[in-house]
Design a protein around this ligand. Structure first.
Ligand SMILES: *[C@@H]1O[C@H](CO)[C@@H](O)[C@H](O)[C@H]1NC(C)=O
Ligand SMILES: *[C@@H]1O[C@H](CO)[C@@H](O)[C@H](O)[C@H]1NC(C)=O
Length: 280
């Protein structure tokens, strides 16, 4: 008997788990749908860009047609120019189809023209959130498109801004659930967060400056598509680069640089309550 080669084993695995393990996409027409207020969402004819428009009647949002279990989710965004206080612009994953609430968020908090956008990230696992971190950015996010990515694998969640890691959440802290059993749907939205977004709600949306426009483009998903059968095992193919990715030395340096120079709030150092993962 000959020992089956790695190639043969991989072929067998493919035959056993024939569903697509990965997909990429970049078309807002065919891969996303409207979350709310369809007439406030403008998709470009080629499907590569969507503008979300908010006025006093409505904001807007989109959601992916498919759900995913693990993957790398990229988008390029250009935020509202000028006065944007009270507005919240988001790109996030939510376990909408699941039994409990897992969520991975980018939330851009609007500002009065003279100050800066705040990028807040948050993570919910098994219904528990309140894991906010806030940073300033090292560029003007309203002047041009920049890349925002979420890498989510069984070991960690990494938030990237222009390929620079700004936050990592790892599995393994005792008593802290990690999102790994439920699929996530992808969302982008623009809405009125007057009651909390800017200086704790002190500065509201100034409707005289409406309409507010946030643009998203080059939406790209390289992820395991959820088949609806509770299967995540087929996403174990190690050749998917994001599946086993951990921060290398260069990325760790970048993360340190961000935290040292741009971090303005971290739930882990908030005296009102620390979570078990903060002491790891
Ligand atoms: C995410 O989904 C949960 C239901 O699982 C829902 O309660 C929550 O509002 C959603 N979050 C967002 C930001 O849409
Ligand atoms: C954003 O991503 C695109 C596509 O991967 C890349 O070509 C571009 O250089 C990136 N931009 C920045 C500012 O990192």
């Amino acid at each position: 008997m000959t020992v089956p080669s790695k190639y043969v084993i991989e072929l067998l695995l493919l035959l056993l788990f024939p569903l697509s393990s990965s997909m990429c996409m970049a078309d807002f027409h065919s891969d996303t749908g409207v979350l709310f207020c369809p007439n406030h969402m403008k998709v470009s004819p080629d499907g590569r860009q969507v503008d979300l428009v908010m006025d006093q009647s409505c904001g807007s949002g989109f959601q992916s047609n498919k759900a995913f279990i693990f993957g790398k989710f990229d988008i390029r965004m250009k935020l509202i120019t000028g006065m944007s206080a009270g507005t919240v612009t988001t790109f996030y994953l939510n376990s909408t189809l699941g039994k409990w609430h897992d969520e991975i968020d980018f939330e851009f908090l609007g500002h009065i023209g003279a100050t800066h956008y705040i990028l807040q990230t948050n993570i919910f696992t098994k219904n528990v959130g309140s894991r906010e971190q806030r940073i300033h950015l090292w560029f003007n996010p309203t002047a041009d498109f920049h890349n925002y990515s979420i890498l989510w694998n069984p070991h960690q969640i990494i938030f990237y801004v222009d390929n620079v890691p700004i936050r990592v959440f790892r599995t393994g802290a005792t008593g802290v659930p990690y999102p790994s059993q439920q699929p996530m749907t992808v969302y982008g939205s623009l809405w009125d967060g007057s009651n909390w977004a800017t200086e704790g709600g002190k500065i509201k949306v100034d409707w005289s400056k409406a309409p507010f426009v946030a643009s998203y483009r080059d939406y790209n998903v390289d992820a395991c598509v959820w088949s609806g059968h509770g299967q995540s095992t087929r996403c174990t193919n190690p050749s998917l680069p994001w599946m086993s990715h951990t921060l290398d030395a260069g990325e760790l340096k970048q993360l340190e640089w961000v935290r040292k120079n741009y971090l303005i709030y971290d739930y882990c150092t908030d005296p009102t309550g620390t979570k078990p993962e903060c002491s790891v």
